[in-house]
Design a protein. Structure first.
Ligand code: ADP
Ligand code: MG
Length: 254
């Protein structure tokens, strides 16, 4: 069997005296979609930030495509990654946030080509050609020259997804990508995410969109209080949750 795309083993993270992640174990195979559910404050964003090298673990191990997050293996010895190594590992992970964080002074196209040109040193011509393909893929071919302020929230989020994809990530992390959107704009973003999943992208999606999780997820993980309470196929976790905490949470969000 090939190495899973993401493995978390006993992942722990504290801020000051409060332990936010209290031993998270999960595995995501290549091409799989994991939907991460849980009440506010349960540690979902912190977990994604750990995967994306934005937080340092206090315990446990995380690996992305066989490489340890934060460390380089040298025989049996682990060395902490240097900033440059962290940057190069992070370049393989795309992250989409609740707020879109587009560069306001750049057009949609300029937002998408920025990292490939600056980080990857791609030629502008190649980056533009690829960006046009990606904007088309997210349904925004005609908005290439629009500035974020001229786009709806759903359109901005789709540009943000195209911008992440421009770095050819092997893993995409989504942190409540539709939570800041007006309800009528949620569907267009979920459609793009559904297509991305169908194309074989490995994805970890923090979301309260239970319909999306039911339809797209291979695996649903319900977290509460920094631990995984329950995980399994959507049919089990969402339809026949075994734990009271999962039942009560689903009762509130559905
Ligand atoms: P979720 O995404 O599930 O809502 P978070 O991972 O954002 O949860 O947060 C979990 C807890 O960790 C919250 O109580 C939050 O206040 C705390 N927390 C998150 N980031 C920090 C930080 N940088 N410093 C201190 N506390 C933090
Ligand atoms: Mg969060």
């Amino acid at each position: 069997m090939s190495t899973p795309m993401l493995v978390a083993e006993g992942v722990r993270k504290s801020f000051g005296d409060s332990e936010i992640l209290r031993g998270i174990d999960l595995t995501v195979g290549h091409g799989e979609v994991l939907c991460l559910l849980g009440p506010s404050g349960s540690g979902k964003s912190t977990f994604l930030r750990c995967v994306n090298h934005l937080e340092r673990l206090d315990g446990g191990l995380l690996s992305v495509d066989g490489e340890l997050v934060g460390y380089r293996r040298d025989g049996d010895v682990l060395h902490e990654l240097r900033p440059r190594e962290v940057a190069s590992r992070r370049a393989h992970i795309g992250m989409v946030f609740q707020r879109f964080h587009l560069f306001p002074h750049m057009t949609a196209l300029e937002n998408v080509i920025e990292a490939p040109c600056r980080v990857r040193k791609q030629s502008k011509q190649a980056a533009v050609a690829r960006a046009r393909e990606l904007l088309e893929r997210v349904g925004l071919a005609d908005k290439a020259d629009s500035y974020p302020s001229q786009l709806s929230g759903g359109q901005q989020q789709r540009v943000a997804i195209a911008r992440s994809l421009a770095m050819e990530p092997k893993l995409m992390l989504f942190d409540e990508p539709t939570s800041a959107l007006d309800p009528e704009l949620v569907g267009e973003v979920l459609t793009v995410m559904r297509d991305l999943a169908a194309s074989g992208m490995t994805m970890v999606v923090v979301t309260h969109e239970i319909g999306f999780a039911r339809e797209v997820a291979d695996q649903v993980v319900f977290m509460d209080g920094g631990v995984v309470v329950e995980s399994g196929p959507p049919d089990e976790v969402l339809t026949r949750p075994r734990h009271e905490r999962t039942k009560s949470f689903l009762g509130k969000v559905i």
